[in-house]
Design a protein around this ligand. Structure first.
Ligand SMILES: Cc1ncc(COP(=O)(O)O)c(C=O)c1O
Length: 386
């Protein structure tokens, strides 16, 4: 019998943060106490309103829902755009997804043919390029730098497009791993430039709500043709519930509905019920956000004293992306040594940036405030700065 070889398109790279997590688990199994700043997720649970709604729902049947989602949830999400951004959004354009991860899959399938070239920023969230590759599309990495606040600009997009045309552009604000944000004017310029060239625009807004430097602007208010991806994972602390949404251009709603019917039937019902109730728990989530703001401040003031004084603007999400090149040109070894010797886990930048990630590490500051202070002290004494 011939060997059962996997398809070439399934050959996507692993997520290196998993290796850091495994090493941290080994230290903990041996009795060490690790401060976890490697995984990009909130430590807090979902809002109590969501938990209560989910508990109640368990006593009845949990059947499939409509492929696009429970109508009252879709209406609630549409109302959220009115409350937060003053926008009137037709609930018919809201599509409930299994986390934003499924939103990307549906968006890419609905927007692009195999072979399509889709521009994304580097550093950036690795699954963008891996999902695109698995679908037979080509991720086109645009290198960002401090000169443009680590964001893709209109000129960078047009220069890339002139070199070899791209079919799509995906941007995230706030972004992972950098925590940087695009200002409203720059986002609008980027969307206008993309649309004038027929480039399809996708906006990853999953860290909306977690903005500190200035208010995050939604692409939803800038173009009805933009594809908006969002999620309950981050602001609403619901990573494991696997629930998100997209706001699709009207013409793509029915194609996405057909895709969802075939790929997933519908999104887990209990997660949809909990998500709708989560909006009533915003006060709790604002308190969680204040905790992140405190953590952010501790790192911004503490890390330079500990020896890590070079990092990107800490605008939003819960990430700080630090340049460690003064100490090492191999961020994987740096993160490994910091974990083993200081018991602070962070993610090496190589996951996010194949070109320059060897110089950076990402800290996630979604943990307990007391731990942030301790992390800074541990790093300081490890780097000989305490
Ligand atoms: C920028 C970005 N987009 C999307 C996701 C996927 O999140 P989820 O599928 O939980 O909505 C993540 C997860 O960390 C992320 O950082």
């Amino acid at each position: 019998m011939s060997p059962l070889l996997p398809s070439a398109r399934s050959d996507v790279p692993p997520f290196m943060v998993m290796d850091v997590m495994a090493a941290a688990a080994r230290i903990e199994a041996a009795g060490g106490r690790v401060i976890h700043m490697e995984v990009g997720q909130p430590a807090a649970p979902a809002p109590s309103t969501a938990l209560e709604a989910a508990r109640k729902a368990l006593s009845g049947p949990l059947a499939y829902t409509e492929a696009l989602g429970i109508p009252s949830l879709r209406a609630r999400i549409a109302r959220h755009y009115g409350e937060r951004h003053g926008l009137a959004i037709d609930p018919a354009r809201v599509i409930v997804t299994t986390g934003s991860s499924a939103g990307f899959l549906l968006a890419f399938l609905a927007l692009f043919e195999p072979g399509a070239r889709v521009a994304i920023a580097t550093p950036g969230y690795p699954p963008y390029r891996h999902i695109l590759t698995a679908l037979g599309c080509e991720p086109v990495l645009i290198e960002t730098t401090a000169e443009t606040r680590w964001e893709i600009t209109r000129d960078m997009l047009l220069a890339t497009h002139r070199q070899k045309p791209v079919d799509g552009l995906l941007v995230a604000s706030p972004a992972n791993p950098t925590g940087t944000m695009i200002e409203a004017g720059a986002l609008k310029e980027l969307i206008e430039a993309a649309e004038s060239e027929g480039i399809r625009f996708i906006s990853d807004e999953i860290y909306h709500g977690l903005d500190y430097a200035f208010a995050a602007a939604t692409a939803a208010g800038m173009s009805p043709r933009a594809m908006i991806i969002n999620s309950f994972s981050k602001y609403f602390c619901m990573t494991g519930w696997r629930i998100g949404w997209m706001l699709a251009p009207e013409a793509l709603v029915r194609p996405i509905e057909r895709l969802q019917q075939n790929l997933a039937i519908s999104v887990p019902t209990i997660a949809q019920i909990a998500a709708e109730a989560a909006f009533a728990g915003r006060d709790e989530m604002e308190a969680v956000k204040h905790g992140y703001e405190e953590n952010r401040q501790i790192l911004i003031t503490g890390l330079p004293k500990a020896g890590l004084e070079k990092f990107l603007p800490v605008d939003g999400a819960f990430y700080l992306y630090a340049d460690v090149s003064r100490f090492s040109n191999d961020s994987f070894s740096f993160a490994k040594a910091m974990l083993e010797e200081a018991h602070v886990a962070a993610t090496p930048g190589v996951d996010f940036d194949p070109l320059r990630g060897h110089r950076f590490i990402r800290f996630c500051y979604a943990g307990a405030t007391a731990e942030m202070q301790e992390a800074v002290e541990r790093i300081g004494s490890w780097l000989g700065r305490a």
